[in-house]
Structures are given as C-alpha cells and as structure tokens.
Design a protein around this ligand. Structure first.
Ligand code: TMP
Length: 393
C-alpha cells in the first residue's frame, strides 16, 4: 500500500503569479504531478508548493467578481440560517467576505492568509485573522471567542498541506453541537469531465467523499450530509458533525460513497485510465488551435482563471495561438498569464469584430458568459472548450 503517481502535467508556474512583464527575467516553475494513496484513497499533488509563494498580499482571485458565486453564497447563507441557526461562525479562507457578509447580526470571524483580502473584510467590520489555519491559530481564536457553532470553508481545506492538523484544529474549534461544512471541487466530477485543470499549485488535494470519510474515521468527526453544487465546475459540500451529536446521517452519504466505488475510485487503474484520457484531451485541444491558426482565425482567451494556467502550460498554448485574455478581475488586467505570458485586458476592449474564437478559461461559468456575450455569439463568434472533451461550441 503506497502513494502512486498517475499523472504528470509538466512544468507549471504559480497560478496566482500574473506577471507585469511579458518577458520576466525569473519565473518560478515546478513539476506538477498527481498521486493516489491506495490506503486513504486521497488524491494529492506529489510535491506541494510552499504556501507563502501562493497565498500572499498579491493574491488575485476575488470570489465576489462573479455573479454566479455571489448568488450561490447568498443562497447558501440563507439555507444555513434556516437549517442550523448558528450563533457564531468561523470561516477558514474568507476571501473577500463573499460568504460572511451575509451574516450581519451573528458573531462572524474570518481567517484569510492573503493580507489584501483580509483587509477588505476587516474594513467591512468582520474581524479577520490574516494567518494560515493551524492548531496555534485555532487555540488563539477559541480562547477569545469559545468554540463555534458553525465552521465553513470553501475551496480552502483542499489548499492546506497538513490535513491531519487542519482537521484537529477544526475539532478543537467546533462546539459539541456545531456543524462544519467544507466545499471543494469533487474528484468524481474531475474524473468524469476530464477537467484535469483542477490540478494546480493551490489544489494540494482534490477530494473524494471516500477520502474525507477515511480521513475522519480516526477523529471524533463524521459526515452526515452531502450536497452537490455546480460551482467551480462541480463541487461538493460536505456536512460534518461531532460523532456525539446525534443528528441523523443522510442516506446521501452512503449513496455518494457507493457512486465513487462504482466508478472505481478506490482503484489505481481508474486514475491511470484518467491520465490516458488527459493525454488525448491535450492532443485534441492542440489540434483545434493548430487548425484555426492555419485558417488565420483570431483566438482570444475568456477568463484568465487559475485552472486555465494548467491547460495552457501543459498544452503549450501561448501567444502563438491566443492574442490576449479578457478578464473582469481588475488586478489581473494589464498583466500577463503565468508561464505562457499572454496579455490580459478588460472586457470593454475585448470581443470586437476581429475576434473569431474565444477559449473558455472560465468554463465553469459558461452559462453566465454565454448570456453576457449574446452579441458575439449572434455575429458568429464561437467558443472553444476542453471540458469534457475539446471542441468548438
Ligand atoms: P475562478 O474560476 O477561479 O473563480 O476565476 C474566474 C475568473 O474568470 C475571474 O478572474 C473572473 C473571470 N471572469 C470573467 O472574466 N468574465 C466572466 O463573465 C466571469 C464569470 C468570470
């Protein structure tokens, strides 16, 4: 029983490292490989990237930049108020306050290592600790505020390298009747959609329910409910409680584990097959770009996401194929994509009549983008996507 590597996505940059210069003198690259642990069934990067290189005061991802995410967080907060009525909330990875700002009258504490983001929520009046989540920070927060009735963490637990310590710190910070909810991309969805771009420096882990179940089996915590969400291309919200808290365990937990076992997610061969499909996806995508360029088509990128860095660098798609990326995030505009050095511009300048194709970096927001870009579609503009299989739409 051991950890076995199944996927090699080659040399990759720090996805958050949007460059000021198209020809940087020095750029950090690492080898992105992915591993399956036969014992715990947990899938992780083979080599973790130093957290300070990724999560710092230049962190560009602002969750509130997407209407889809704003609405999803608003709906979730209403649901949480109704179902659990918590009197205190701790969020691990509070980003720009997209979730916590919905809980005005409840003690809400944020933890956010990126100082630029922590400043935003602090200014909103939400006390935010600009630190990495660990046992020492948990002790400090619990000493001051007592254990919390609700702990939430979206797209963050999968970023923290020491899983065991992370969970122990949560155990310590959760009241006996408290609820802990984590939301992260679903490994089953990644395997089904061949969305290998969920693997990048920040995603130290891409979780299966099976993996989380095994991880918690050695703790006083257990899963009691699961919801699928469409955010980030297919995520799962996992509801966790202390074993001594006698809330019913939903049938959905067993069903989800069964679906994963039926898909073969406890076996290495399934991951090896996935890796073969990733190689074929790369070939098909390069073919599409090559053919369009042969026909002198102008291609741009839509949404310079962290995910797209994996695809562009793995497939070698650079300024030879893509003239520029358009992105609504102001801190990305005027900069260049990491590793591939494609300029990023703002939407007002983007989809003029010279553009024939737009590569969907933000494929997970396809619906929102298509409804926004009706004019482009109407005049014959087309999108390119690699999910679930490379094609023009
Ligand atoms: P994310 O997938 O990491 O949330 O990043 C989405 C990025 O895509 C973010 O930088 C904003 C950008 N974006 C656009 O440029 N236009 C859009 O219509 C949407 C929905 C996102």
């Amino acid at each position: 029983m051991a950890k076995i590597e199944f996927l090699n996505l080659g040399k990759q940059p720090i996805t958050n490292n949007f460059l000021n210069n198209p020809k940087p003198k020095k750029e950090f690259f690492y080898n992105l490989k992915v591993t399956f642990d036969e014992k715990s069934k947990i899938v992780s990067l083979s080599n973790f990237v130093q957290p300070e290189k990724m999560f710092n005061e230049t962190y560009a991802h602002r969750a509130s930049m997407s209407k889809t995410m704003l609405l999803s967080n608003y709906k979730l907060s209403n649901y949480i108020k109704k179902r659990f009525a918590p009197r205190s909330i701790l969020e691990i990875g509070s980003n720009d306050g997209i979730f916590l700002k919905n809980f005005n009258n409840i003690l809400s504490i944020g933890v956010e290592p990126c100082k630029n983001l922590a400043l935003i929520t602090d200014e909103m009046g939400i006390k935010t600790y600009s630190n990495f989540w660990d046992i020492n920070l948990a002790k400090k927060i619990v000493n001051k505020y007592n254990a919390f009735e609700f702990i939430y963490s979206a797209n963050t637990i999968s970023h923290i390298h020491n899983l065991k310590e992370t969970i122990s710190a949560v155990e310590m910070s959760l009241s006996d009747n408290g609820i802990f909810v984590i939301e992260d991309p679903s490994l089953l969805e990644v395997l089904k959609k061949i969305s290998y771009d969920q693997f990048y420096d920040e995603h130290a882990y891409v979780f299966s329910i099976l993996g989380i179940f095994n991880l918690l089996s050695e703790t006083e915590l257990e899963i009691f409910d699961i919801q699928k969400t469409s955010t980030h291309g297919g995520s799962q919200r996992i509801y966790i409680k202390k074993k001594k808290n006698k809330i019913n365990i939903s049938q959905k937990v067993n069903n989800a584990i069964k679906s994963e076992l039926d898909f073969g997610m406890s076996k290495y061969e399934t991951y090896k097959k996935f890796a073969k499909k990733v190689e074929s996806s790369k070939k098909k995508l390069i073919n599409i770009f090559e053919n369009l360029k042969k026909n002198k088509k102008k291609i741009i990128g839509y949404g310079a996401t962290y995910k797209s860095a994996t695809v562009l660098n793995y497939c070698g798609i650079n300024t030879k194929y893509i003239d520029y990326f358009v992105d609504t995030t102001e801190t990305k505009q005027g900069k260049y994509t990491p590793g591939t050095h494609i300029p990023i511009i703002k939407p007002s300048e983007a989809l003029d009549s010279s553009v024939d194709y737009a590569f969907l970096g933000a494929w997970n927001f396809k619906k929102e983008i298509f409804s926004k870009e009706k004019k482009f579609i109407k005049r014959g503009g087309k999108f390119i996507t690699h999910v679930p299989t490379p094609r023009i739409i």
